[in-house]
Design a protein around this ligand. Structure first.
Ligand SMILES: [Zn+2]
Length: 356
C-alpha cells in the first residue's frame, strides 16, 4: 500500500520539481527581449524583437538587401531609428558597426540604442543636441532635408498625384510604451501602394502635438504610420488628430468633422502597458483602417525620421484631413507624454506637393 501511495506522490513531486526547474528557463527566453526594450529602447529594438517571432524569409531578404546596400557604403540608409519599422531593425544597427560579417544580431542594436539617451526637452539630451549625442546622429545636425516641416499650403505644388492605396487588414494588438511614445507593432500583410511601390506597414505611434504644421499650426496630436519597402526605404503616413473644429479660414483643407471620438484610439489607450519598455499583446484585434480619415488627399515631400538618428530619404505622406479625437483622449495621452514633438526644421528648397 505504502508503495502504491508513495509512487504517485513521488512522481507528483518529481513533476513539480521538474516544472520548477523548467519554468525559469522558459521565462528567460522572453526576458532578453523585454530587457532589450527597457527605457528608451526605440522601435528599432522592438523590431528586433518582432523579427524573432514570426520572421519569415521576407525579413531575411530585407536584411540581406540592407546589408548589401550598407556594404556599398551609401551612408544614407534609413534604418535604425525610433521611427523605424519592425522588419529590419536588427540590421539597422549594422551600419554603425565596423564589422558587417555577422548578421547584425539584436544585441549590438540594443547597446546602440541604450548608449545615447535623448529627449524632447531643452538640455544636453534635447533636440538641439541630438546630433552631438552620437556620430550616428549627425543627420540631426547637418541634414538638409529634415522633418518635421511647416507646410505652407499656398506654396505647395498642386499636382495630379496618384491616390495612396491603403491595403490594410486587421492585426493582433501588440503595444509598447517605449519611453518616447506609445507604439503599436503591426502584423504582417498590411501594405501601402504609392507611385507603384509597395511598402509594408510595420508600426505606428503618436506625437503630441502634431510634429508637422500646416500653415504654421500644429494639431493636437498626430499618428505616424511607418512603412518599409523591401529595399529598406521608408514611407510615413501622418494622420493629424484634432479636438477642435476648423476655423473657417482653414475649411478648405479641413473636411471630415463627422467623427467625435475614435473608438480605435480608445482601444489603444485602454491597453497601454503598465510597464515602460514591455510589449503587451492583450489578445485584442485591431484594424488600422479605423484611424484613417475618409478623405485621403495628401501633401507629400522628402524628409527624415523625426527622432535620432534623423536618417533622411523618408517619403512623407501627410493626410490633409485630420481625424477627430476627444479632449479626454488627448488628455490621456498627455498624462503619458505631455510633449513629444521635434521642433520644426527648415524646409530649404524642398518641394511640397499636394493632391489637387
Ligand atoms: Zn513619428
Amino acid at each position: 500500500m505504502k508503495n502504491r501511495i508513495l509512487s504517485p506522490l513521488a512522481s507528483a513531486m518529481l513533476a513539480i520539481l521538474f516544472l520548477l526547474h523548467i519554468q525559469p528557463a522558459m521565462a528567460s527566453d522572453p526576458a532578453p527581449t523585454s530587457n532589450a526594450l527597457d527605457k528608451g529602447a526605440d522601435k528599432v529594438v522592438d523590431k528586433a524583437k518582432v523579427t524573432v517571432s514570426p520572421a519569415p524569409s521576407s525579413d531575411d531578404d530585407m536584411s540581406k538587401a540592407l546589408t548589401a546596400k550598407i556594404s556599398k557604403g551609401s551612408g544614407d540608409i534609413v534604418i535604425r531609428t525610433s521611427d523605424l519599422p519592425a522588419g529590419g531593425s536588427a540590421s539597422v544597427a549594422v551600419p554603425a558597426k565596423p564589422k558587417l560579417g555577422n548578421k547584425g544580431s539584436a544585441k549590438p542594436a540594443e547597446k546602440e540604442v541604450h548608449a545615447h539617451h535623448w529627449s524632447y526637452f531643452d538640455g544636453p539630451e534635447g533636440p538641439e543636441n541630438w546630433g552631438n549625442l552620437s556620430k550616428d546622429n549627425l543627420a540631426c545636425l547637418k541634414g538638409k532635408s529634415q522633418s518635421p516641416i511647416n507646410i505652407n499650403i499656398d506654396r505647395a505644388v498642386k499636382a495630379q498625384l496618384n491616390p495612396i492605396e491603403f491595403i490594410y487588414r486587421p492585426s493582433p494588438l501588440s503595444i509598447i510604451d517605449n519611453g518616447h511614445t506609445i507604439m503599436v507593432n503591426y502584423g504582417e500583410g498590411s501594405n501601402l501602394m504609392v507611385d507603384g511601390r509597395q511598402y509594408r506597414l510595420v508600426q505606428f505611434h503618436f506625437h503630441k502635438p502634431s510634429e508637422e504644421a500646416i500653415n504654421g499650426e500644429r494639431t493636437d496630436m498626430v499618428a505616424h504610420l511607418v512603412h518599409q519597402h523591401h529595399d529598406g526605404s521608408l514611407a510615413v503616413v501622418a494622420v493629424l488628430m484634432s479636438t477642435t473644429k476648423p476655423a473657417s479660414s482653414r475649411k478648405y483643407w479641413w473636411g471630415d468633422d463627422s467623427i467625435k471620438e475614435n473608438a480605435f484610439i480608445n482601444t489603444l489607450w485602454n491597453n497601454v502597458p503598465l510597464v515602460k519598455g514591455k510589449t503587451d499583446t492583450p489578445g485584442v484585434m485591431i484594424d488600422v483602417n479605423q484611424i484613417l480619415p475618409a478623405d485621403k488627399s495628401y501633401f507629400t515631400y522628402m524628409g527624415s525620421l523625426t527622432t535620432p538618428p534623423c536618417s533622411e530619404s523618408v517619403l512623407w505622406l501627410v493626410l490633409k484631413t485630420p481625424i477627430y479625437v476627444s479632449d479626454d483622449q488627448v488628455k490621456n495621452f498627455d498624462r503619458m507624454y505631455q510633449m513629444n514633438a521635434r521642433p520644426l526644421q527648415p524646409k530649404g528648397d524642398r518641394l511640397v506637393k499636394e493632391t489637387k
